[in-house]
Design a protein around this ligand. Sequence first.
Ligand code: M6R
Length: 615
Amino acid sequence: MCGIVGYLGNRDAVPVLLSGLRRLEYRGYDSAGMAVIRGNGDLNVHKCKGRVADLEKHIEGKDTAATIGIAHTRWATHGEPNDCNAHPHLSQSGRIALVHNGIIENYRILKEALTEQGYTFRSTTDSEVFVNLIEYIQEANNCSLLEAVQQATKQVVGAYAIAVVDRDNPDQLIAVRQSSPLVIGIGEGEYFISSDAASVIEYTNDFVYLNDGEIALISRNVPVRVTTAENESCRVDISTLQLSISELEKGGYEHFMLKEIFEQPHTLQDCIRGRIDKQTYATVLSGVRDNKEHFLNARRIIIVACGTSWHAALIGKHFIESLCRIPVEVDYASEFRYRKPVIQSDDIVIAVSQSGETADTLAAVNLARKSGAFVYGVCNVVGSSIARATDSGTYIHVGPEIGVASTKAFTGQVTVLLLLAMAISHEKGIAQEDRCKAIAKEMLTLPQKLESTLERVTTEVQSLAKIFTYAHNFIYMGRGVNYPTALEGALKLKEISYIHAEGYPAAEMKHGPIALVDAEMPCVVIATPDATYDKTVSNMEEIKARGGKIVAVVAEEDTIASEIADYVIRVPAVSEYLMPIVVSIPLQLLAYHIAVNKGRDVDKPRNLAKSVTVE
Ligand code: M6R
């Protein structure tokens, strides 16, 4: 939520800030702005409601030449999206500018105190309070900007990342991280700051990942200094990030989401690479092998996640319970963190998160660690907060996911959770070895099957999307591993098309939701071969008898379910364990094409942001 970018060096700062903002727009896109310190000493702020493209228009024709600046793309928390609430915010004197990602929980008390000191506020944001607090401390104590920021962070409560510039010091940038991501890119005589390293990858591959509570002093031609609020020096480790710019572009597709759907045969391959022995079909994950004792002694596994990642976690529960015989609980991270969960030292807590930055999941990780559990991460973004806060983990390696609606990350998470279950089973040496090997062998053929699924279903799904574009409600149904797959299908549709959609375990229909069924209600039923296939077929009959319109996702050779359904989508007949991955392809495409038909902004749906770094 909200993206921050900053620059200090010898280039013109504005193109760097704009390109960074464009790449950070997935984090929020209701307003954008920048502050630059010009060669003549002026601190100019340009900001407006709308997208980064609106900001570009806004500065067109203005003289913005500068070699230092900070910029921001917003996802509103405090105060509606408008020009005034857009960042950067200036301190009362107009000397200090600040951009902020996160929430200042005690901003009301601070605002009252500052108001008593004569401060007035132009915006309704919590961020303006922060910048005035810094100015107040600096003036009251006649101290440096760094000291003022250090003092301010001791008074501010919340999760935030900020970047600050001072008109009177055009050679200095200060950046703070407290539970919201912030990295510093190191170039030749230049520095970048960003909420996401990928946004400045065209300028540098070398990054310093700030830890919580760290304050970076970035000065022209001087190595970065990192301190705590108490002015204790912190280690500055530089990591190299391998990422190509092409991974961040649409590559000829109309939307990132479509590109990401079509990337899945390759991302799956990257996800599996080196993890299955092609001779023995044994699955080995270094995170499991190196922590074998924890996995062998685990009495229980708790998986915490949000949104799509939570759906993947529900599927993971099936995998681990059936292949490892370890009981698994799945919790929304936001519920787990506040419900005083019982966590024991022989529990393993697995956090699943694409971004690795989701505030609730990160808080759940911290709680689990404090309680003495071994914490394992399943993340996509390398070096992300959750990846660093966990004891060990496995990356899904699907490359940057930019569309707000998660697609390739979901199939990557399901794949890694299956690999994880097989790797644990391998280490435990339990009786599931042959079954795991059969799944692993088939998994190696999956990229090719996804390729052919994409080829085959795209046109069919496009036609179906035309039929259902104007439906007002959808029900998605499945059983076993395909119940969470149905939940995920419904989430995809609602978040990008704004059509109301619900996912249900098929057998639950008759306990209430069937009351919704009529000729206007499309029901997407996942009826692929498994132990409950016949039962699902009966559930389809019940819907049919009430006039519901059924879209069935079935296996290639299916004859029974496909006869009952009004519309049929066929997918390869893979093992039950791999089915959620295969079935997800048509469900993602259905949501995508309906949203496009409705003229929705598929990659940036209303009210959403990709990385939810606030509660
Ligand atoms: O980055 P994370 O996986 O932790 O994100 C969790 C959710 O915010 C995310 O999956 C969200 O539900 C997506 N918009 C779903 O498409």
